[in-house]
Design a protein around this ligand. Structure first.
Ligand code: OAD
Length: 230
């Protein structure tokens, strides 16, 4: 039983990390175009750096919740038959113990050098333009994928999606591609598809099974079921 789990902001909501699409359509008071595009960074690097520096600093005061821990427990039970693909840039999956993990939209705790392309672990700020540890250039940016940029490891993810038996989306609105298209791809290749979400998404291709509720409740319950059936 090979399982691919796709997670979005909803899995970290109960840890205190705000989701992207709030009722006001803003991401922590900002329009996405003002902080999450290469154009915004070129136009106003101070604002973009301040935004991600604050998000990175905020990680110190949040912890993984029962949903993150349940996925780590699932990996403990089924090993490398599980791949967790997250759109989240926080590090709560790894702090919960998940190892089989792809950060398709990058990571807050990494910096990307605009000069040499190095991706380096980063816990401090970037607004002060520190030098790249690899080449010394002062061109570091957050290692997060902005709109208009290519997500990471797409080939690996697509291979896993087309060869899985079960595809499970947790806490994602299904509004951002290519991630939003994985349910259709998984279904086309015969996988059983499941959505675990507070408010079911309204994608083009429906999931075979939808369980509505808080991630900290529905995810541990689903993991218990999968492990019980093995
Ligand atoms: P969204 O903010 O679009 O959606 C969050 C989803 O989580 C919604 O479907 C909510 O119903 C659900 N949700 C909220 N609280 C929940 C809870 N406690 N338990 C379960 N579900 C809950 O976030 P994403 O779908 O992750 O991309 O957004 C996708 C991408 O859009 C992000 O990775 C980011 C953003 O712009 C980039 O930065 C490239």
């Amino acid at each position: 039983m090979r399982i691919v789990v796709l997670t979005g902001a909803g899995i970290s909501a109960e840890s205190g990390v705000p989701t992207f699409r709030g009722p006001d359509g803003l991401w922590e008071g900002h329009r996405v175009e003002d902080v999450a595009t290469p154009e915004a960074f070129e136009r106003d690097p101070e604002t973009v750096h301040a935004f991600y520096d604050a998000r990175r600093a905020a990680l110190a005061s949040v912890s993984p919740n029962a949903a993150h821990r349940a996925l780590a427990r699932l990996e403990g039970g089924i090993g490398d038959e599980l791949l967790v693909v997250t759109q989240n840039v926080d590090d709560l999956h790894e702090r919960a113990g998940t190892r089989s993990l792809v950060h398709m939209h990058g990571e807050l705790r990494k910096a990307l050098c605009g000069a040499c392309g190095a991706r380096v672990p980063w816990n401090g700020t970037l607004a002060d333009e520190p030098p790249c540890p690899a080449c010394g250039a002062r061109m570091l940016r957050p290692d997060v994928v902005w709109f208009g940029e290519m997500p990471y490891e797409l080939e690996r993810i697509e291979q896993a999606v087309i060869s899985c038996d079960m595809f499970v989306a947790i806490g994602t609105s299904g509004e951002v591609y290519p991630a939003a298209g994985y349910v259709a791809l998984a279904a086309a290749f015969g996988a059983h598809t499941v959505e675990l979400n507070l408010a079911p998404s309204e994608g083009v291709v429906p999931f075979d099974e939808v369980r509505a509720g808080l991630a900290t409740e529905v995810v541990p319950a689903w993991v218990d079921e999968v492990l019980a059936h093995r």
